[in-house]
Design a protein around this ligand. Structure first.
Ligand code: ADP
Length: 550
């Protein structure tokens, strides 16, 4: 970690470390009766308050101490968004151990790899994951015990999971008298592995300081804009980059929190939105597709839902428009990554934009947005030379900031920084006034005759066609141009459109040579563990595809 010069005259403010335990203490003390509502894996709705959550987190912190968990030890979770998972966020990190969230949608072998790599000491899991845990438990070399997150009467009579404990027993057996320890704010707080679409997953190890700073920054009005007046439903899972920090930032502002559990289909989410008067939510585009389809088919409206943050992959402008114009829901397009805690940019307008015509405002909002304070970014060419911010020139996007990783856990991948900047693997443009737009992931970009074609633009245009539910664009082999775009389309239920019509739909919307060479229709796109379309899987599927232009 870098060392800095010390002034002969240091400031005289209290030196108080920024610790995660401070967030739940604050929520309890000032918003103690604010509600946390969870749809449980048990099937019912559970409700309690920040005060209850804090009390149970203290009991769990005592339990962890008795189990021999020490500062810096990693403790894993395999769980949906719910109140017990939130208690663990605070009990584990607050007591100085490291909260390691594992994505349950990964293959059992990959889960065991991650648990062993992290040297997890205990693993907590939602009871629906018992068969999954049974599949990999024997391969975990460091885990001393497994805790099933349920009541005693839900525990299996027998199981091949070694040293299986019951969550509610641990809560009941331990006292709520617990003083959160005070320690260096740079201590590790939580660990999250990237999905590892190429190579083994690598861990991003966050600190208390980085997490608290990220929370401050992310609730600001031009970022997520969350306040105590909101009712927040994080659709983004707590195992995917800490649900974009919401389990920390929502208690920080004291807003009511609603957890959807495992039910992420359109109907379940919609019902929870209405019952709990949700005002704000966050998730990846694929989840919203399900919600919008359900709401559209049943001719419904949202009574309280007013704003959502969409990120994780590019939000198609058509989706943004449907939310805004049909349902009165503002969409904030955000960009970030596991390595950035994850928030980097958010797309919001400024006072100078107030009088712009609607389409120009929309065009600004469709970009991934401006850096939130704390994050700095630049675009560079392959030799590392900085490129202009003209909104046209695209290059490799580099970032830095106090919640951006310096290196991966255990030094995996060696020195990943480039002159102190983290290379994101994304290709982007930046406008003269600092609005960043992702053209593509560098590994998805189509290289046609030595020039680049960004697939996100093509997908966004296709998704704007009334018959298109979902679009993915990949480069396939072309004897003359190396690669040319192939559009892979899922049609809306009962909608019809031909290849020719779709290709014609691009006329005038894009440089002629960017137009896809061909279209294929599929029933569904492959979706990965974090809800994103798996382009590498589609490329594999169409590896041998022969374009009509070839
Ligand atoms: P993983 O890399 O493990 O799939 P991350 O959530 O860390 O998961 O993914 C980060 C990547 O997701 C970014 O580097 C970028 O390619 C993509 N991404 C995130 N948000 C957006 C967005 N708003 N628009 C386009 N791409 C995005």
């Amino acid at each position: 970690m870098a060392q800095y010069a010390k002034s002969p005259l240091m400031g005289q403010m209290m030196s108080q470390p920024l610790l995660i335990s401070g967030l739940i203490q604050h929520a309890d003390r000032y918003f103690g009766d604010s509600e946390i509502v969870s749809r449980r894996v048990e099937g019912d709705i559970h409700r309690y308050t920040y005060r209850d959550c804090h009390m149970r987190a203290r009991r769990m912190a005592n339990a962890l101490g008795k189990m021999g968990v020490k500062m810096g030890d990693r403790v894993a979770t395999l769980a949906w968004n719910g109140y017990r998972h939130l208690e663990l966020y605070y009990a584990i990190s607050g007591s100085g151990a490291v909260m390691h969230t594992i994505n349950p949608r990964l293959h059992p072998e990959q889960i065991a790899y991650i648990a062993n790599h992290a040297e997890d000491q205990y693993l907590f899991f939602d009871m629906t994951f018992l068969p999954l845990v049974e599949a990999f438990a024997a391969h975990c070399t460091t885990v001393k015990g497994f805790v099933m997150m349920c009541d005693r009467d839900r525990m299996p009579p027998q199981s091949k999971v070694p040293n299986l404990m019951c969550y509610e027993d641990l809560i009941a057996e331990n006292s709520d008298k617990y003083d959160w320890p005070v320690f260096d704010e740079n201590s590790a707080s939580s660990l999250c592995y990237t999905s590892g679409t190429t190579g083994n997953p690598k861990g991003a190890l966050y600190s208390h300081r980085s997490t608290v700073l990220h929370s401050f920054a992310s609730v600001m009005p031009d970022a997520l804009n969350v306040s105590a007046q909101d009712v927040v439903l994080p659709v983004v899972p707590m195992f995917h980059v800490n649900a974009w920090g919401l389990p920390y930032s929502v208690p920080m502002v004291g807003a009511k929190m609603v957890f959807p559990g495992p039910a992420l289909d359109g109907k379940s989410i919609y019902e929870l939105f209405e019952q709990e008067k949700v005002t704000f939510s966050a998730g990846v585009p694929t989840v919203w597709l399900g919600l919008l389809t359900y709401v559209g088919q049943n001719n419904l409206k949202f009574s309280t839902f007013r704003r959502t943050v969409i990120g994780g992959s590019a939000c198609p402008p058509a989706m943004m428009k449907t939310f805004r114009h049909q349902y009165g829901v503002d969409v904030v397009h955000a960009w970030g990554m596991t390595e950035m805690s994850p928030l980097g940019t958010a797309g919001t307008l400024q006072s100078k934009h107030a009088d712009l015509p609607e389409e120009q405002k929309q065009a600004i909002l469709e970009k991934q947005g401006h850096a939130i304070y704390g994050v700095d970014m630049k675009i560079v060419d392959d030799s590392g030379k900085e490129l202009p911010w003209d909104g046209k020139t695209y290059g490799n996007l580099l970032v830095k900031g106090p919640w951006v990783i310096e290196r991966y856990f255990k030094g995996e991948g060696g020195n990943v920084l480039q002159d102190g900047w983290f290379p994101t693997g994304d290709v982007a443009t930046i406008s003269p006034d600092g609005y960043m737009q992702i053209t593509d992931r560098s590994k998805d970009v189509i290289k046609s005759g030595g020039e680049w074609i960004g697939t996100i633009d093509l997908e966004n245009i296709a998704a704007g066609h009334p018959a298109v539910q979902q679009a993915a664009c990949i480069g396939v082999f072309h004897p003359k141009w190396d690669e040319r775009p192939l559009l892979v389309i899922v049609k809306k239920p009962d909608a019809e459109v031909s290849k020719e019509e779709l290709i014609k739909f691009f006329d005038g919307k894009i440089a002629k040579w960017w137009t896809p060479d061909d279209v294929v229709f599929v029933d569904a796109l492959p979706i990965g563990a974090t809800g994103k379309v798996l382009k590498n899987r589609i490329r594999e599927q169409f590896k041998e595809y022969k374009l009509p232009t070839a």
